[in-house]
Design a protein around this ligand. Sequence first.
Ligand code: SAH
Length: 471
Amino acid sequence: MGVGIVFIVGAGPGPGDLITVRGLRALEKADVVIADELLPRSFFDDLDLRMTGVLVIRRDDRDPALSQDEVNDLLVQHALAEKTVVRLKGGDPGVFGRGWEEAERLSQQGIPWEIIPGLTAGTALPALAGLSLTHRGEARSVALATGRLREGELNVDLPRADSLVLYMSVSALEALVRRLVADGWPEQTPVAVIERGGLEWERHLRGALSEIAGIAQQARLQSPALIVVGEAARERVQRPTILFTGLDPANFRTLGTLLHWPALEIAEAPDAAEQVQDALDAARSAAALTVIFTSKMSARVFFAAAGGQWADLDLRSDLRIIAAGPGTAELLRRHCVGDVTIPDVPGSEGIIRLLGEAERGHCVLIQGEQASEALEQELTGRFDSITRLSLHRAVTHPQLGEMPLPEHDAIYLTSPSGVRAYHERFGMAAFERGVLCIGEPTRAALRTLGIDAKVVHPGVSDESSETQPTE
Ligand code: SAH
């Protein structure tokens, strides 16, 4: 009998796109994935990985959560069934990650394995938060330590370094601070706390060593959080902290240090699969065919609803495919869609400019329910026939308003519905700092609340037509 193989992969500190290329390649080969509870549930969506046919087991989906021994058993069991198994761990498998305990067990069983490193929270999250752990002439050493030991007791043996990074310390923060002061750290030493770094609902807390436990308690700090002690806790280069309220922060990180607090979440239309099947039937019999994906989100939902690769959809090979932007095109490539055209100008305008006055054949337009009808109207005059798919809608994020607003210098809004969601949950307090927005419809929505917002657009976007629904 043969035997499978196990990749122990560091996924990075949370958001899918911080995994390494090597880790991603392992995931693409996986039959079985056993994932850590540290990883967000959106992890595979963030990567637009097709997980159909892959058995995904999340440690915390079991009740009680799988123990380390049970995880080890599962790895062995699936490898012995000749599967390619990925053990996907938050951060780096070798930094407080127990990855080597798993490797040891696999070795004992004669199962081949490979460890693929990942970005560890302790260095990646400070970088995302604008903190530099070393600095020439000032901070010459870094120590990574856990605040708690195996049985939950305090780690009293904390290292002395210019920058000290503490993992697993939330529940013991007060005692750790006392320990550090007793060890000789001045009470004024700056401390930064990064809660849910890189993930939705991220918060940053700051204060002097003597104050930080109180600040954390007041803010109801929760795990996972990382504590940075030392001059490194001060921002090196001043830039604004921006509360980003859109769906996807990927194109906006040049604006400042982002905290992603999404106003909305995407809900798939209940009849999405049916809509797609009907549209495909119509498309197959058309004399000529153009398919337009107006956002990354609509492309993602399309493939989820179609339930297969592009080739399985059995469409004519001479069709034309238009994607709203580069992110949408990349997603289409991941689903093996061939030649994709991207307009030079973002939004509906760019799509229209790509088309001639009189187009032949059938057009499939894939949008969200709240997208304006303007594009459809423009296209109706140009094609012989058109099917518009409304596969998803944006709804107020159910978690919005559960926590008070985090400290920030400016809020960034990407849609009128996002403006309304924030206003409904937080009132005018949401707009007390600087207010930035993506474009005119959003600015108009803010103006109705008496707010004067500035339109700032850092570059290409795949959301332009749909995150600004003009309902
Ligand atoms: N192997 C992981 C660490 C696992 S220990 C790594 O290399 O990053 C778990 C601890 O990591 C948490 O208690 C927290 O201190 C830190 N951590 C991991 N992900 C985090 C995140 N997204 N935000 C804040 N802290 C995080």
